[in-house]
Design a protein around this ligand. Structure first.
Ligand code: NAD
Length: 369
């Protein structure tokens, strides 16, 4: 008996749409690459769809849940972050939503590391030199030098999935690691990393001894040569330790004047005018950003100031943008596959129909006994 579920997807998720269609679902995909207007999402939800596939570009709140009353059964978000979905509203209307945690962890962490390397060793500026025929000679220190990563100290802000993956990559570059997370500390992982560091040193694989430890935010900011941010966006009232504008003027001033900030988390975690000022006035050495308060980045953003261009790398929300990570239909490898599977689990009542047992459902708290 084919499933007669109706689904609207606010964007194309590639082959994984067929995971649904092959099961008999009727799936409509918004045909434009840009996000649909909210009014269209409301209209589709009102038309009686069972499932909605969303991206971080779609605002999903009470208005959407109200429109779906009686029909809408699940929202499947193709992202791990879900700050665009009002969790309290979803819980009020008892609508489960799923995300694509884990499958993008390594891709996002490696991209954060590459951004860090690009910034520290001035790859962008150096390539411009070559392309613009300004590379006149080899010289010991002209036209500029970069900062090595090996042997330096990095602060990992947020030691969840991506933060821990970043730690693993930094340990491979013989870095010392300061960890900060007010809500979750994985001491077993940190201990295991220290053991691998010690073994590498004992066996002559790395020359200097390195270390890893949890510290306070102030210590992390004051001691780090690099600060990499891996937190969810949590606004005032959503957490005891909100992350909205965590990197404001006060905290940016706590960093070393030579330190570099890397943000692959969410744009509003960084106060952008404060960061632009920090770069202009040399409170910090540089910054590399993948995410912004408003995306795409506004043409008049202070981050585009040519005066800070060589110390400010700007990437287009690209950290998870690897081919397998984004599009694999395998729910254990790809965001698209996991997004489709999350929807199937809910609509077809997998796990005995128990939403609290479904691995990709985020707001399990709304469905406990
Ligand atoms: P996660 O939930 O596993 O980890 C987040 C960690 O941040 C948690 O351990 C939490 O305790 C910690 N945290 C919360 N508040 C904090 C605070 N005030 N200070 C320090 N730490 C705090 O999430 P994850 O899978 O590691 O993903 C992290 C975030 O990265 C996502 O929420 C998403 O917004 C972002 N992300 C961005 C991209 C991209 O393409 N740029 C890709 C994937 C994820």
């Amino acid at each position: 008996m084919p499933n007669k579920f109706r689904v609207f997807a606010t964007c194309d998720i590639g082959e994984s749409i067929n995971l649904l269609r092959n099961r008999g679902y009727e799936v409509e995909v918004y045909p434009q690459p840009e996000a649909p207007p909210k009014s269209l999402i409301i209209e589709k939800v009102k038309s009686g769809i069972d499932g909605l596939i969303t991206t971080l570009r779609d605002t999903i709140d009470a208005e959407v849940f109200e429109a779906g009353k009686g029909n809408l059964k699940v929202i499947s978000q193709i992202a791990v972050g879900f700050d665009n979905i009002n969790r309290a509203d979803a819980n009020k209307y008892k609508i489960p939503f799923t995300n694509t945690a884990d499958v993008l962890t390594e891709a996002t962490a490696e991209f954060a590391f590459f951004m860090l390397g690009d910034l520290a060793r001035k790859l962008w500026t150096a390539e411009h030199l070559t392309r613009e025929n300004k590379w006149g000679f080899w010289h010991p220190y002209l036209p500029f030098l970069g900062d090595e990563v090996t042997g330096k100290t990095i602060a990992i802000i947020g030691t969840g999935r991506i933060g821990l993956a970043m730690i693993k990559k930094c340990a491979g570059f013989d870095m010392n690691i300061l960890c900060y997370d007010p809500a979750y500390q994985n001491h077993d992982y940190v201990k295991a990393i220290q053991e691998t560091m010690d073994l590498r040193h004992a066996r002559g694989i790395q020359r200097e001894k390195t270390w890893i430890k949890y510290v306070s935010l102030d210590e992390a900011l004051a001691q780090a040569d690099f600060v990499s941010v891996h937190v969810p966006l949590l606004r005032e009232g959503e957490s005891d330790a909100p992350t909205y504008h965590l990197f404001n003027e006060t905290n940016l001033r706590k960093m070393k004047p030579t330190a570099f900030l890397v943000n692959t988390s969410r744009g509003p975690v960084v106060d952008e005018p404060a960061l632009a000022k920090a770069l202009r006035e040399n409170w910090i050495g540089g910054a590399a950003l993948d995410v912004y308060e408003k995306e795409p980045l506004a043409t008049d953003s202070p981050l585009r100031d040519p005066a800070i261009e060589d110390r400010c790398r700007l990437l287009p929300h690209f950290a998870s943008a690897g081919k397998i990570t984004r599009l694999s239909t395998d729910p254990n490898k790809g965001m698209a596959g996991r997004c489709a599977q999350g929807m199937i689990d809910v609509l077809e009542g997998n796990y005995g129909g128990d939403l609290t047992k479904m691995p990709y459902v985020v707001n399990k708290e709304a469905f406990g006994k």
